[in-house]
Design a protein around this ligand. Structure first.
Ligand code: AP5
Ligand code: MG
Length: 210
């Protein structure tokens, strides 16, 4: 099952992807995580990406497409994958058509005011990547592995507003691009509520793509 998670920054793509990984045994491929790993390791790609990410802008298509192509060529993606944060432009969507077939697209729907609140309260584990919110978990260490939590550099309110604007302009047109296979998922309620709604669609999709 080859799946895309579409949705504004903070809509809950990463949170949902982690639940799907566990039950459907396909990897989460997050271009945001790959770029942040490059930034941490101070690679040339990381240095270039940081300039765009810190301003809330998209990293150039050719850079991200190359990273994605490499990642999808790895063995663990042979049985399927969850794309989280890719594609983000029509050009990326068109390139993807030459790399893989996409079975389904989940669009996580959530009003921007709730999104802003969720992003500014987000904390991420520096080791395993688990995602938390200070509104439901107020400790500084990861519940799963004990490593310290951190706040992403691009999660400041000014940057968040820019990211939402970029989403509207550059990424939202993909909803039409995938109109024949997009499923609108209500992103409100708890992560468990959202996942329960997604599961109906996923079970159906899994049966069809076998
Ligand atoms: P990326 O890392 O992909 O960030 P994003 O799309 O902006 O999305 P986020 O990770 O911020 O949000 P999310 O939807 O994963 O939400 P989450 O589950 O964490 O990209 C970062 C940057 O990299 C981009 O701005 C761009 O510069 C660059 N980039 C990446 N891919 C690119 C590409 N393809 N092309 C070009 N540039 C690219 O949830 C958010 C918060 O809400 C968390 O605190 C979570 O705990 C909480 N939460 C989640 N669900 C719920 C719920 N149901 N109830 C309550 N709280 C919830
Ligand atoms: Mg994410």
């Amino acid at each position: 099952m080859n799946l895309i998670l579409l949705g504004a920054p903070g809509a809950g793509k990463g949170t949902l992807a982690k639940k799907i990984v566990k039950d459907y045994h396909i990897p989460q491929v997050s271009t945001g995580d790959i770029l942040r790993e490059n930034i941490k390791n101070e690679t040339p790609v990381g240095k270039l990406a940081k300039e765009f990410i810190d301003k809330g802008q998209l990293v150039p298509d050719e850079v991200v497409i190359e990273l994605l192509k490499n990642r999808l060529s790895q063995d663990d993606c042979k049985k399927g994958f969850i794309l989280d944060g890719f594609p983000r432009t029509i050009a990326q969507g068109k390139s993807l058509e030459n790399i893989a077939n996409i079975d389904g697209v989940i669009l996580i729907d959530l009003p921007f005011n709730i999104i802003e609140e969720r992003i500014v309260t987000r904390r991420v584990c520096s080791s395993c990547g688990e995602i938390y919110s200070t509104s439901s978990y107020d400790k500084n260490d990861c519940k799963k592995c004990g490593a310290p939590l951190y706040q992403r550099d691009d999660d400041k309110l000014e940057t968040v507003r820019n990211r939402l604007e970029v989403y509207d302009r550059q990424t939202a047109p993909l909803i039409n691009f995938y109109s024949d296979r997009v499923y609108r998922l209500d992103g409100s309620g708890s992560p468990e509520d959202v996942y329960a709604r997604a599961k109906t669609f996923l079970d159906d999709l899994e049966a069809k793509s076998e």
